[in-house]
Structures are given as structure tokens and as C-alpha cells.
Design a protein around this ligand. Structure first.
Ligand SMILES: C[S@@+](CC[C@H](N)C(=O)[O-])C[C@H]1O[C@@H](n2cnc3c(N)ncnc32)[C@H](O)[C@@H]1O
Length: 195
């Protein structure tokens, strides 16, 4: 996966230590962090996926990130890959503020979030109910990852990260290929920032 390569590039130069993987899914990105020398805690709310993470040699916590008590000054790295998308803007603000205080001094934040160039944005905008600004409710059949998906512009991400206190903010739009179920492109913002 191309996002795995992006992640490997991002973490290459970072000081190792404790890492939190928010919305870890089956733990594939936690595995990359683990294999690169981080001591990882995989946070995932879906019990079926937690079972998959459990099969790897990785610590996990099964909870909604909104209910997680972020320990202060703990992590060298906090990663959220395709998971903050399923929080609305206010929830994102909350998690970014908590992430900031949970990072050690000079700790890193790495986010992959969908941009509005992603094909799902047009589907959501034209077919799904907009429950809040740029926040679209998944149809019953597609409530895989959350209740809704929320999109922010680059400038809004910049503002949210600055408000949370982050420095050295880099936001880069990337297209990544996905092979499932058929080959297609995703558009994401690759975001890195420092405490
Ligand atoms: C698209 S998957 C991405 C998985 C993995 N991070 C990756 O990049 O392959 C999104 C994951 O975030 C999890 N997730 C969504 N909202 C969450 C929340 N509020 N708290 C914890 N996990 C959440 C979902 O259950 C799902 O496993």
C-alpha cells in the first residue's frame, strides 16, 4: 500500500519511543511502527478488529478515541490514519488538543485524512444527508467506520492544528492507489506536525 510507504518515510527520521495508533484497524500500521522500533499502543473501537490486532505482538485498547484518557507527556508519536475522518470538526478539535498534551516535547503527530478531491466526497455530497457542515451521514449499509464522515480544507486543518498548539505543520495532498474492490485512487492530506 502506498500509504504504508508514506508512513515509513515519515517515521524514518523520528526519535523512537512510545506511539499511539488511533483507529488502528487491523493493526497493519501499528505493525509498521512496531517493526521500526516504536513501543505501540493500538487504539481501536471495533472488537472484531481488536481480535486481529491481538494476533500481532502489539498492545491494544478497545475504546472510542473520544472516551480515551490520553496520558500527559507520554508519546513520541501519535498516528491517526484514515480515522479522524469519522469525527466531526468539534470532535477533531478535542482529539487534537488531547493529542498535543499527550505528546512529549518535540513529539510528532502524523495524520492521513481524506481530502475533498477523494471520489467519496462527491458521492457523500450528492447522495448522503449533510448532518453538519461538510459532515455526511453514512447510509445504513455503509456504517463501517463511524456514523459520519467529515471533510476539512487544508486551511481548516492548518487552523485546527495551530489552535491546538502544534508547530512545524506540513500538509501535503497525495493521491494513493487502492486495489480493493477494484483499482481506484484516493486523495488524502498527509499531515505532520510537532509539539
Ligand atoms: C479506514 S480504517 C483505517 C485503519 C488503519 N488506521 C489504516 O490506516 O489501515 C478506520 C478505523 O478507525 C476506527 N475508528 C473510527 N472512528 C473511531 C473512534 N471514534 N474511536 C476509535 N476508532 C475509530 C474504525 O473502527 C476503523 O477501524
Amino acid at each position: 500500500m502506498q500509504d504504508d510507504l508514506l508512513l515509513k518515510k515519515i517515521i524514518k527520521g523520528l526519535d523512537k519511543g512510545k506511539a499511539l495508533d488511533v483507529g488502528a484497524g487491523d493493526g497493519s500500521k501499528s505493525q509498521i511502527l512496531n517493526d521500526s522500533g516504536f513501543e505501540v499502543l493500538a487504539l481501536e473501537k471495533n472488537r472484531d478488529l481488536i481480535k486481529k490486532i491481538g494476533k500481532r505482538n502489539i498492545d491494544f485498547v478497545c475504546t472510542d478515541v473520544l472516551a480515551f484518557e490520553f496520558p500527559p507527556n507520554e508519546y513520541a508519536l501519535i498516528l491517526a490514519s484514515a480515522s479522524l475522518d469519522f469525527l466531526d470538526r468539534v470532535e477533531k478539535e478535542d482529539i487534537l488538543a488531547k493529542s498535543f498534551s499527550s505528546l512529549k516535547k518535540k513529539g510528532s503527530l502524523a495524520l492521513f485524512v481524506f481530502s475533498k478531491k477523494d471520489p467519496l466526497y462527491q458521492v457523500a455530497k450528492s447522495k448522503w444527508k449533510e448532518v453538519k457542515k461538510e459532515t455526511f451521514e453514512f447510509p445504513e449499509t455503509a456504517k463501517l467506520h463511524g456514523k459520519y464522515i467529515n471533510y476539512l480544507d487544508r486551511e481548516e486543518w492548518q487552523e485546527l492544528l495551530e489552535t491546538a498548539g502544534f508547530k512545524s505543520i506540513h500538509i501535503k495532498e497525495e493521491s494513493i492507489e487502492d486495489a480493493h474492490p477494484t483499482p481506484h485512487q484516493h486523495y488524502i492530506f498527509q499531515i505532520t506536525a510537532k509539539k
